[in-house]
Each structure stands twice: as C-alpha cells, then as structure tokens.
Design a protein around this ligand. Structure first.
Ligand code: DP6
Length: 326
C-alpha cells in the first residue's frame, strides 16, 4: 500500500497575520514576517486506503506525541486533504495520521506545522501517483497550504518567510540561527481560536489603521534586521504583538489571551532589557505563552533567561541548530 511520511516546522510571526479578506481562502489583510521553528515539527503519514472516505487518526510512533484533535479539527484537516485531492484530480482515499515532536500539553499545538505537513505529504504522494496533474513548486504548495491555515504557508521556507498575498516567499535576512525560548504560561486549550480571532478583530475601532501600522512595521523591521539594528528590531516586534493583543481586547465581544503570568514574564523581560540594554526579541501569538528569540552570540543570556523563568514556569528551549529530523 502506498504511504508517505513527511514533516514540517512551525513558525513564529514577528509581524502578525491578523485579519483576513473574507471568502478569499485565508488571504491576509496585511503582510507578515516569520521565523521558522525548525525544532517544532508536525509529522504526517498519508496511506492509501480502500474505504469510502478519507480518515484521520493520531500517528503513533515512539519518538512522537500523537496530536489530539477535536471532531471539528479532524474535519478541517480532512477537508484540506479533500481540497488538495480536488486540485490534483485524485479520487483515491487516504488515512491521515499526524503527530508532533513536542509534548501536546505545552500549549504549542500549531496549525501552521500541521497544515504545512499535510500539504507536503499530499504533494509527495500525488507526485508519485499523478505526476502530470499539478505543480509542486514551493510557491504553489505555499498557496495551497495557505488555504488550509493561513500561517502554514510560511512554514515552507526557512529561516525567514515573508507572506504578503497568495503565498509566502523566502526572505534573505541576517540572523539565521536564532535560539528559541518559550515560557509556557498557560498550557490549556485556548477559548478563542485564531480563526475566530481573525473575524473578531475587524470589530475593533483599532482595526482602522491596523493594515498601515502592520505594513509600516514590516518595512521597518526588515530594514532593522538588514542593518543589524537589534535594538530597533526588538522594539518593533514588541509594539507589534502589543498592537495585536490590544485589537483582541477592544473587539466586540472583547477577549484576551494575556494572563497574569504573561504580564509577569513581559515585565521581567522589560526589566532585563533595561538593565543590560540587550536581550531577546519577545513576542506572543494568539495565546498566553511568551516566545523569545536570541541571537547566536547571546547563548549565555539564553541560558540565564531559561534558568530564571524555569523557577516559576514551564520553559521550553530550542537551540537554533538546524533540525535534521524529516
Ligand atoms: C496570531 O493561521 O492560525 O498566530 O488562517 O484561520 O488558520 P487561520 O489562522 P492562523 O492564524 C495565526 C495567527 C497568529 C499570527 C501569525 O501566525 O501570523
């Protein structure tokens, strides 16, 4: 029986995709820039089956953590496979199995790595079975992956990905080997999914002007990184996630992912920055956890932040060595 196993990394946005054009298959209202998290990966195994429909189940492999997916989550995944099959003109049915190489109880579950891995797995399978029918160049795959989950289109590029319209592209920037620390403030499932957040933020009075603010930061951040201005980059990245979280808080109905724990971690980061006039890029997604990216020459402070936050929180730390798991 034909089977392929593929993995894809997660990514963390420094300029956020928040707000999409309705009915466009997840086309964003503003450009976003992300750093690919090579060590946080989803594995997808696709196997031909003779059953009447596609199916999903958790991938059981000793070194991996099976993904727990709600019925709705499973259907969304299966729907994306259906969409890919339609594009390739494939009628064969498949079993999709998926798992992560990081624990499921850390609040890091990521649709970006999942949908990117499913898109890549399908492309690999269909290329074998239907070689003539559809392109498998990166742009095409990024565009297809986007339609499953927007942020996943950036996971096809490493280390930096720029996504402005239909698909993401690689962006050549310095700082190719960042070290990633996540302070796990909250490990439970979030109440408002990012897909819902994209809709709700458009009700915020602050959404007016959001596109311009994000686009301006995108320009300023890429320039700051290009010119090795880490201080400026850190300020822009900080302003950007605060802007996104303010959108959440001023939406109707308003919602928030920030907890006392997040605030405590952010305050501590600010204090450390003020003390040393240096530190990591700090950002938060649609969740309570705080992500930090350290330069390669900051390995010492990477270790000391890790130790300091581990006194009160669960911490996950990933040295920026390119992962060789595939
Ligand atoms: C806050 O890609 O999860 O992480 O397209 O509806 O699947 P859908 O949304 P999703 O949104 C991610 C939002 C974010 C910011 C980002 O990754 O850019």
């Amino acid at each position: 029986m034909n089977s392929v196993t593929v993995s894809a990394p997660s990514n963390i946005a420094l300029i956020k995709y928040m707000g999409k054009i309705e009915g466009s298959g997840n086309k964003p209202t503003n450009g976003s820039l992300s750093y690919t998290l090579e060590n946080l990966r989803t594995f997808v195994r696709l196997t031909e089956i003779s059953g009447p429909v596609d199916q999903w189940k958790a991938f059981v492999r000793e070194d991996l953590t099976p993904i727990e997916l709600s019925e709705k989550g499973q259907q969304r995944f299966i729907k994306h496979l259906g969409f890919l099959k339609m594009k390739w003109g494939v009628t064969q049915n498949y079993l999709i199995e998926s798992a992560n190489n990081f624990p499921s109880d850390c609040g890091l579950a990521s649709s970006a790595s999942s949908f990117a891995a499913l898109t890549l797995a399908a492309a690999e399978m269909f290329q074998k079975t239907h070689p003539q029918s559809w392109g498998t160049d990166k742009k095409t795959l990024s565009e297809l992956s986007r339609q499953g989950s927007g942020s996943s289109c950036r996971s096809l590029y490493s280390p930096w990905a720029l996504w402005q319209h239909e698909y993401a592209e690689n962006m050549a920037l310095p700082f190719e080997n960042l070290h990633h620390l996540v302070v796990i403030v909250e490990d439970s499932k979030k109440e408002v999914s990012s897909s819902e957040a994209h809709k709700l933020v458009t009700t915020s009075p602050r959404f007016e002007g959001r596109v311009d603010r994000a686009e301006m930061r995108l320009r300023d951040l890429t320039n700051a990184l290009r010119f090795n201005d880490w201080h400026l980059a850190r300020q822009i990245v900080w302003d950007e996630f605060i802007d996104m979280h303010k959108l959440f808080e001023t939406s109707t109905p308003s919602f928030s992912y920030m907890t006392d724990g997040s605030r405590q971690v952010l305050e501590e980061c600010q204090k450390l920055w003020n003390k040393w006039q240096d530190g990591p890029l700090v950002t938060m997604d649609a969740g309570a956890n705080v992500h930090m990216l350290f330069r390669n020459d900051q390995l010492k402070s990477f270790a000391s932040y890790r130790e300091q936050f581990a006194a009160n929180f669960k911490v996950m730390a990933f040295e920026g060595v390119k992962s060789n798991v595939h």
